[in-house]
Design a protein around this ligand. Structure first.
Ligand code: CO
Length: 164
């Protein structure tokens, strides 16, 4: 799946035709903020900044060839920061950095108990899932999907299945 190709398709009307339910009508779905992912042009410099300047617990770089990224996890008391750097040909992060040379927030990741059920509910509401909609195994070893930023306030949203 190439995220950038998926992002290029035309805007849907999800946000226009959606009728919002009240909290009492809609079953709960979204859970904790699992991580915020930040694309960085210099992974070592970014890791040092979080470790030395900010005093965070910073993990070792981890290559994820299937996702076209090398990542470093920063553990915070209430969530994680995922520092992303391009790996290999056609990395979606390379295209992002071409547009944002000093880096930037790439996506946010929310936890759900059942990612397939979450996908089905969102698709029924008119939201678009990137790729063919099949959950893939993400960097944490759990199934994930990505939702189109045009349907979520200009923000790429990852949903990760984390059993309660
Ligand atoms: Co992520």
């Amino acid at each position: 799946m190439n995220i950038c190709d998926d992002l290029a398709d035309s805007a849907g009307a999800f946000h226009n035709r959606r009728t919002f339910r009240t909290a009492s009508e809609a079953p709960e779905m979204i859970g904790k903020l699992n991580h915020v992912a930040i694309a960085v042009p210099d992974l070592d410099a970014a890791a040092r900044r979080y470790r030395d300047a900010l005093g965070a617990h910073v993990g070792a770089p981890q290559d994820e060839p299937d996702h076209g990224v090398t990542l470093v996890f920063v553990e915070l008391p209430n969530t994680k920061i995922e520092l992303l750097h391009p790996l290999g040909e056609g990395s979606p992060i390379a295209a992002f950095l071409a547009k944002n040379p000093s880096g930037g927030i790439h996506h946010v990741c929310y936890e759900v108990e059942d990612v397939a059920a979450a996908r089905d509910r969102l698709v029924a509401d008119g939201a678009r899932v990137l790729g063919d909609g099949t959950p893939r195994i993400g960097a944490h070893g759990n199934p994930v999907i990505f939702l189109h930023p045009k349907d979520f306030d200009g923000t790429l949203v990852e949903l990760e299945q984390v059993p309660a």
